[in-house]
Write a protein that binds this ligand. Structure first.
Ligand SMILES: *Cc1c(COP(=O)(O)O)cnc(C)c1O
Length: 370
């Protein structure tokens, strides 16, 4: 048997006709940039996030970039970020000339540890970027308390977490802005790059709308330096079709996660640490990530048996060569460094079958217990 990390072909077959119709409609009207499909998607995703504005952009990394610029953060400013995340979270900060300040994670959830944020705040701190890693929201009440106390913004990196909730609050409801990625492998994936920023702040929202079109307002008059970063109509048309299925897909992911938990806790509870879901969180399992000893050997064994896995993320950002000048060294963020050595993500997508999951777990068992 072969078990891929992710298989998007079945989903495509199920939605093929609807998607082709939506794409043909865009092509026959020949309105390719910032048309009705983008407006509709912005409205649906903003409403879904209990927020006022959705601003479609070219990808999730630009959603972060434009959020930071929209909040008028730049050189001489500091932004608090986790180190255990995808590069874009900190890359976006550094791109604007601001300094990323790395904070360690809570080893149970892999999300930024609120207890360690306060010690990293200085008079230069302008924002915190909690990343809702693997599909579970960070501890937003604590983060918001700290942000309000110090009068700093929250930019939610929600690239992996569309549809997740925290104490019944949606992604995008508590942050100043929230950033979605519609990269094809994300829970709501386009057929290419796409992203969106969510905000309920009218002023910041308007600045970000202007920033995505070269800072042009009115057209051909520029007061700020922006980007060319737009979500295109074809991608929006596809996403409008797929969006209607998002909650069902999230439910299927959750069911798959609980089945993995059941299998792993039955046979391997002495070796494997299954994901921890806070009781007040609705985790959407963008990834199903476990902690294990001899992680790299397990990965090689599973590969031989036809089971794909991924390591998110093998090298923490505070130890990346590009951030050498920030002065972090090995040992500075122990929980992050430990997770980078122990975490491994198993195949996860809505259409994953029980048979496939049983095969994955049987091979993990074989590796540890022969
Ligand atoms: C995917 C991802 C991004 C970047 O999104 P792109 O659309 O690929 O630019 C940012 N942050 C996190 C945590 C991600 O997983």
């Amino acid at each position: 048997m072969k078990v891929p990390m992710l298989d998007l072909t079945e989903q495509y077959q199920n939605l093929k006709e609807e998607i082709h119709t939506a794409m043909e409609d865009v092509m026959s009207k020949a309105h390719f940039i910032l048309g009705q499909n983008v407006k509709d998607l912005e409205a649906s995703v903003a409403e879904y996030s209990n927020a006022k504005h959705g601003i479609g952009v070219a990808n999730g990394s630009d959603a972060l970039n434009i959020s930071i610029l929209g909040l008028e953060i730049g050189p001489d400013d500091e932004v608090i970020v986790p180190s255990f995340t995808f590069f874009a979270t900190a890359g976006a900060v550094a791109r604007t000339g601001a300094t990323p300040v790395f904070v360690d994670i809570d080893p149970k959830t892999y999300n930024i540890d609120p207890e360690k944020i306060e010690a990293a705040i200085t008079p230069k701190t302008k924002a915190i970027i909690p990343v809702h890693l693997y599909g579970q929201m960070a501890d937003m009440d604590r983060i918001k308390e700290i942000a309000d106390k110090h009068n700093i913004a929250i930019i939610e990196d929600a690239a992996q977490a569309i549809g997740s909730t925290y104490k019944r609050k949606k992604v995008g409801e508590l942050g100043t802005t929230a950033c979605y990625s519609f990269f094809p492998t994300k829970n709501l994936g386009a057929y290419g790059d796409a992203g969106m920023i969510i905000t309920s702040d009218d002023e910041v929202g308007e600045r970000m709308r202007v920033l995505r079109v070269h800072g042009s307002k009115p057209k051909y008059y520029h007061h700020v330096l922006g980007y060319n970063s737009r979500l295109d109509e074809l991608q929006a048309a596809i996403l409008n079709v797929k969006f209607k299925h998002l909650d069902d897909w999230s439910d299927q992911r959750r069911e798959n996660a609980y089945y993995y938990n059941e299998l792993l806790n039955k046979e391997l509870s002495d070796i494997v640490v299954t994901p921890y879901e806070e009781e007040f969180n609705h985790h959407v399992y963008h990834q199903y990530t476990i902690r294990v000893p001899k992680r790299d050997e397990l990965q090689a064994h599973l590969k031989e048996q036809g089971v794909a896995t991924m390591i998110y993320y093998p090298q923490p950002l505070h130890l990346q060569p590009v951030f050498k000048e920030l002065g972090f060294k090995e040992g500075d963020l122990p929980e992050t460094e430990k997770a980078a050595k122990e975490a491994i993500s198993l195949p996860m997508f809505p259409e994953l079958t029980r048979e496939q999951q049983e095969y994955v777990v049987a091979n993990i068992k074989e590796f540890y217990k022969g």
